[in-house]
Design a protein around this ligand. Structure first.
Ligand SMILES: [Zn+2]
Length: 452
């Protein structure tokens, strides 16, 4: 009897071991980033792990029923956890053809049952670079302003748009199901004047092709930025430092300058990153509206010298309009859109950002009160909050600004129905837009490239 029990316990123990081995997990395979295209030598990074060790790992590209080996895990093996980098594509397998294929990565466990895992990625083999061609329009460029270009891309590509210097503006499929793409792009206020914007397409396999736009840069008609002296009173200094750096210590002037530089930079980055929260359609159909009955106390790209006790302590560029009406006035949405930010934002105080689609967004700062929340749809003229002087503001006003794919631009063109018609509605479908030019004759210089 005792022997039987011993045998039974032994059998159960054996079963447990066998079952544990049998049900132990196979190796885990993760790709650092998904692979969708294979070009000449497309980088692949794979992370493999197994508690029993990884005995081996391979990668093959399979096309038309043929598996072409492209990689094998190097020694030492087995290894419990490893990240391997290799490349796959035409240089390793010249016989690959343009079109669909599969990248198959397989790993074998060093456990008793040599369990295998595989990860299969559907890929497109790209043997030729994409081509990009731009519209034949002459694009007039003005510092701080926006423009729209259309272009076509053929071949395989993963990304396309307009590049201006080091700034990238996404391309979007033409609205209304028409062929081709368009980009709204900015020629930033501080862009070197001889920069030529290009349409570009990248194929995700390392190839980027470009085609320059036809541009004019009318030197004499460029905006002239003005320089202002902003007197920093002790009262203003204390207000800003107390509100934005409540726990700081030390020289208030140094703290003010730090806020004006470092916090401004961080806040502008937060605003710029909102580019990713945009709709892939026009959420608006009429020209943008300016806060009613407001006066502009500062305009776009004014250079501001901050003067404290007769001494210049700082200099910044003001990338918006300061619109003042009455105190605690209702802050109106400039156009239809969706709220993508509604919270305090450093120097901007209580701040709202409304997305209008295709990377175009409006910004409202220094509010005393916010009445909308992220995700709300708003209509043009809708009151979203109350003006105030939160953040770096010395008096009650609305800081109104606009950005395009994260680059701040001058809003004034967007207030102009004539500009919207010529630069947006004539080039892409802007559903619901209606504007007929006034019957009165328009001056020739205006008709050619209107700059109101
Ligand atoms: Zn402002």
């Amino acid at each position: 009897m005792r022997r039987l029990i011993v045998i039974a316990v032994f059998v159960v123990a054996l079963l447990v071991i066998v079952l544990r081995l049998a049900f132990s997990a196979p190796p885990t395979i993760d790709l650092a980033s998904p692979v969708t295209m294979l070009g000449q030598a497309t980088p692949v990074s794979v992370h493999v792990r197994d508690s029993h060790g990884v005995r081996g790992a391979t990668a093959v590209v399979q096309q038309n029923g043929v598996a072409h080996p492209v990689w094998q895990a190097p020694p030492p093996l087995p290894v419990k956890d490893a990240t391997w980098n290799f490349s796959a594509g035409l240089s390793a397998v010249p016989q690959l053809q343009e079109g669909k294929a599969q990248l198959i990565i397989e790993a074998t466990s060093n456990g008793l049952f040599r369990k295998k895992s595989r990860v299969v990625s559907d890929v497109t083999v790209v043997t030729r670079p994409p081509t990009v061609s731009v519209d034949s329009e002459e694009h007039y460029l003005y510092l701080g302003m926006a423009e729209l270009a259309t272009f076509n891309v053929s071949g395989s590509f993963t990304e396309a748009g307009i590049r201006v210097g080091d700034q990238t503006f996404r391309g979007w499929p033409m609205p209304g199901g028409k062929p081709g793409f368009f980009s709204l792009f900015a020629f930033a206020w501080n862009m070197p004047p001889n920069t030529v914007p290009v349409a570009y397409a990248a194929n995700g396999a390392g190839t980027v092709v470009t085609s320059p736009l036809v541009v004019q840069f009318p030197k004499k008609e460029q905006p002239k930025y003005t320089v202002h002296e902003l007197q920093v009173s002790d009262q203003f200094l204390q207000k800003v430092v107390g509100e934005l750096d409540p726990n700081g210590t030390g020289d208030p002037v140094a703290r003010f300058v730090k806020i004006n530089n470092e916090m401004r930079k961080a806040n502008n980055k937060t605003l710029s990153d909102l580019r990713l929260k945009t709709a892939d359609k026009f959420l608006w159909s009429q020209p943008f509206a300016r806060q009613s009955h407001s006066q502009a106390e500062a305009t776009f790209a004014d250079l501001r010298n901050y003067i404290y006790q007769g001494k210049k302590i700082d200099q910044q560029v003001h990338l918006g309009y300061d619109l003042a009406a009455t105190q605690h006035v209702g802050v109106q949405a400039s156009n239809d859109g969706r709220v993508v930010y509604a919270a305090p934002l450093g120097i901007y105080g209580n701040c709202i950002v409304v997305d209008h689609g295709y990377g175009l967004q409006t910004i409202y700062g220094h509010l005393s009160q916010i009445q909308v929340k992220e995700g709300d749809m708003v209509k043009q003229g809708q009151v979203m909050g109350t003006s105030g002087q939160t953040g770096m503001a010395g008096g009650d006003h609305i800081h109104f600004a606009m950005q395009l794919d994260g680059v701040q631009i001058d809003p004034k063109e967007w207030w102009d129905p004539h500009w919207i018609k010529d630069h947006i509605a004539k080039r892409v479908d802007l559903p619901g837009f209606s504007y007929s030019a006034p019957a009165a004759p328009v001056k020739a210089s205006h008709a050619r490239h209107s700059r109101h």
